[in-house]
Write a protein that binds this ligand. Structure first.
Ligand code: ZN
Length: 245
C-alpha cells in the first residue's frame, strides 16, 4: 500500500510542479475512498546519528566495537533524582527521559529503581575482574563487558529493577510486572531492550530483561516495530558473540 501511495503522490507533485495550470486531477473512485487510506509514516533516517562516535546517542558498543577512546567519559552526566542504587548518573537526555518514564510507570503502580547506570572505565575494570575471579572468564564474558566495551560506560544504559527487589538482575524480571511494563512501554521514552532473549549469538550477552539503552524516541519507535531486534541487526553490523582476541 505504501508503495502505491508514494507513486501516486509523486505523480501529483510532478504534475503540479511542471504544469502552469494544474490539470484536473481525477476524483478518487468510490472504491478507493472506501478502502482504508494508508497512513504514510515519515521516512526515518537511519543514518542521522553516528553509530561509531562514543558520544553519539546511537553509538553501538559491543565485543567487536570498543568505545573510542577506550576510557571515554561522557561530558554531560547528571545525577538521577528518582529512586536509584549507588551513584546514579546518566547523560542529560537519557536522565531526562528516564525520569519521565519512571513517573509514567509510577502513575500505573509500577515502582522502578535504577539499579546501575553510568559506569566508568575504572569501575568496569573492577566489575569485570570480580566476575572473572568468581565465575571464570568464559561465564564472565557472557554477563559483564570488558572495560571500554560496556554500554554502561556510554552513560546511556540503565539496569532497572523493581522496588520490591524481586528478580533483580535476574531473568525472571521478564515476568515481573515491572519487567513486563518496561518491555511494553520503554520505547515510548526512547529506551530499547539491548540484550533480548535468543540473541546471545549476536549481542554476545545473555538475555538481560533489566538492561535498557537510551537511543532516543525516534529510533526506539523504529526498533519497537520488530520484536527482539538488536542494534547490530538494525544497523547491519556483524554479530559480536565474542571478542576478536
Ligand atoms: Zn546493564
Amino acid at each position: 500500500m505504501r508503495g502505491v501511495w508514494v507513486v501516486a503522490s509523486s505523480a501529483v507533485l510532478l504534475l503540479s510542479a511542471c504544469t502552469p495550470a494544474a490539470p484536473e486531477i481525477p476524483a478518487p473512485s468510490q472504491s478507493a475512498v472506501e478502502s482504508p487510506s494508508p497512513t504514510p509514516s515519515p521516512t526515518f533516517d537511519s543514518t542521522l546519528w553516528s553509530i561509531d562516535e562514543a558520544d553519539s546517542i546511537w553509538v553501538v558498543a559491543d565485543k567487536l566495537r570498543p568505545l573510542a577512546p577506550l576510557d571515554y567519559v561522557p561530558d554531560d552526566l547528571i545525577a538521577l533524582e528518582v529512586p536509584h542504587a549507588y551513584d546514579a548518573r546518566l547523560r542529560m537526555s537519557a536522565a531526562a527521559m528516564y525520569t519521565k518514564m519512571y513517573e509514567a510507570a509510577a502513575a500505573e503502580g509500577i515502582d522502578l529503581v535504577a539499579q546501575s547506570t553510568y559506569r566508568s572505565y575504572n569501575t568496569q575494570v573492577g566489575v569485570y575482574n570480580h566476575y572473572v575471579a568468581t565465575i571464570g572468564q568464559t561465564r564472565a564474558d557472557l554477563q559483564s563487558a570488558r572495560p571500554g566495551h560496556s554500554e554502561h560506560q556510554t552513560g546511556l544504559s540503565v539496569d532497572i529493577r523493581a522496588k520490591d527487589g524481586k528478580c533483580t538482575i535476574n531473568q525472571c524480571f521478564a515476568d515481573h510486572p515491572a519487567g513486563i511494563w518496561l518491555a511494553e512501554n520503554a520505547w515510548k521514552w526512547g529506551f530499547h531492550l539491548r540484550y533480548p532473549d535468543g540473541k546471545t549469538d549476536i549481542t554476545g550477552y545473555m538475555f538481560e530483561p533489566w538492561h535498557y539503552r537510551y537511543v532516543g524516541k525516534g529510533l526506539a519507535a523504529q526498533l519497537h516495530e520488530t520484536p527482539n531486534i538488536t542494534l547490530e541487526e538494525y544497523f547491519g553490523l556483524p554479530a559480536a558473540p565474542d571478542y576478536a582476541g
